[in-house]
Design a protein around this ligand. Structure first.
Ligand SMILES: NC(=O)c1ccc[n+]([C@@H]2O[C@H](COP(=O)([O-])OP(=O)(O)OC[C@H]3O[C@@H](n4cnc5c(N)ncnc54)[C@H](OP(=O)(O)O)[C@@H]3O)[C@@H](O)[C@H]2O)c1
Length: 382
């Protein structure tokens, strides 16, 4: 089976290496025949080209592995590949989470499929396990630490009592965080992964903008001090819950009791848990990123295609996210506590309060009303 690679960076070069090395008979059935790179200076292999059409229009290529990242031109290239009747595997959660409705539709019309194990949890077989569970069971909910960068920052801040700015800089120096870290620290990266996990877990297609998302940009040492003093650890969690005809989907820093297994996930690791009717809770833990772990997940998807194992077992249906169905208790630090007066259970300082039990949708509404660019919100587990 012939594979065309789009992008030869951290992930793309890992895919090329795993397939070229061919450790198993399945992988030896695959061959990377074309590799799209961006700059002439990157051409180090006769398979490399600067022209996308030479990959996307090559009739010999069966599968396109998209490893470029970003929205465009990744989206247009994937669209073209599907229209040309090629299967697609991608690690690009941002592109797919934004365009999955359109791309799934084009894939269906062209009798091919699009696979995205690597887009969520890197090498952890999270998507594959959702597929397996769904063959027998309904998923009730999932939650997870989907972003290693923010987990690293939160853990180091808690352990060392250091500032957010210092630990963000350290994560950037270690190569965990991008130069523009907004997608990570504002929770968007987790939002993309929650969107794709909902597609797999619940067979739903939802509007990504309805996924309520709070990040850790404004977290302060004193928030983590309150956590420690009260027996909690803070983690950025992505969540999905199925409620009959509606789903809740949200991203929020969460104060977890220290004995909760998620409270103890170290450094830049990922951990994701599903809860389903007969299996109950099942948890997946590992490196959510990195060249070879992420490439491993892409190659697994290509082997699935080679073996004609299409993991998508059900049609997807559009559903409205209704985050009024998720209720919790929230820790809120704000310059405008008066906006939250009606839901305040107690003030813990002049600018910090704990709410009574309230819907997440209402908290999001009040957060918008407060228009406070220093606002920090976390859910406090009971
Ligand atoms: N790194 C990880 O551990 C990881 C884990 C999970 C998922 N992912 C996802 O995998 C994707 C790739 O990430 P990465 O870390 O491999 O990024 P990367 O190292 O920056 O690699 C992307 C490569 O694609 C090239 N590229 C970009 N636009 C191109 C174009 N128009 N034509 C040809 N080549 C182009 C880039 O070239 P230039 O450098 O010249 O721009 C770069 O070599 C992203 O969607 C990311 O979110 C990454």
């Amino acid at each position: 089976m012939k594979v065309g690679l789009l992008g030869h960076g951290v992930v793309g070069s890992g895919v090329r290496k795993i397939i070229d090395d061919g450790l198993t008979w399945e992988v030896r059935e695959l061959e990377v025949t074309r590799i799209l790179v961006k700059d002439a200076s990157e051409i180090t292999d006769p398979r490399m080209t600067l022209h996308a059409d030479e990959v996307l229009n090559d009739p010999a290529i069966d599968v396109i592995a998209e490893c470029m990242g970003g929205l465009e031109p990744a989206h247009s290239y994937v669209k073209k590949a599907l229209e040309n009747g090629k299967y697609v595997v991608t690690s690009n959660k941002k592109m797919l989470a934004n365009y999955c409705n359109e791309l799934f539709d084009i894939a269906r019309k062209n009798n091919v499929t699009i696979h995205y194990e690597a887009s969520c949890g890197g090498g952890i077989p999270w998507m594959a396990s959702l597929d397996r569970t769904r063959r027998v069971d309904d998923i009730i909910s999932f939650r997870g630490i989907f972003n290693g960068t923010t987990n690293y920052i939160l853990e180091r801040m808690s352990r060392e009592g250091s500032s957010f700015a210092d630990k963000l800089k350290e994560a950037q120096e270690l190569g965990y965080a991008e130069r523009d870290p907004s997608d990570d620290i504002d929770g968007h990266d987790v939002r993309f992964k929650v969107n794709l996990s909902c597609v797999k877990a619940f067979d739903t297609l939802q509007n990504i903008d309805d996924i309520i998302t709070f990040g850790i940009r404004n977290i302060d040492k004193k928030d983590l001090q309150w956590c420690a003093d009260n027996g909690y650890a803070c983690k950025l969690l992505g969540n999905g819950e199925f409620h009959a005809d509606r789903i809740c989907a949200f991203v929020i820093p969460t104060f977890l009791k220290k004995e909760d297994v998620f409270a103890n996930i170290p450094l830049n690791f990922n951990a994701i848990e599903s809860n389903s009717l007969t299996l109950g809770r099942a948890m997946f833990f590992g490196q959510g990123a990195g060249s070879l772990p992420t490439a491993h997940a892409l190659v697994q998807n290509i082997v699935d295609i080679y073996k004609s194992q299409d993991p998508e077992i059900n049609d997807k249906f559009p559903v409205a996210i209704d985050n009024s169905r998720h209720e919790g208790v929230y820790y809120i630090r704000t310059l405008r506590p008066e906006v939250f007066a009606a839901c305040t259970d107690r003030m813990i300082s002049d600018d910090t309060l704990i709410t009574g039990r309230i819907s997440l949708l209402e908290i999001a509404r009040l957060a918008e009303k407060a228009a406070d660019d220093k606002l920090f919100i976390a859910e406090v587990t009971e």
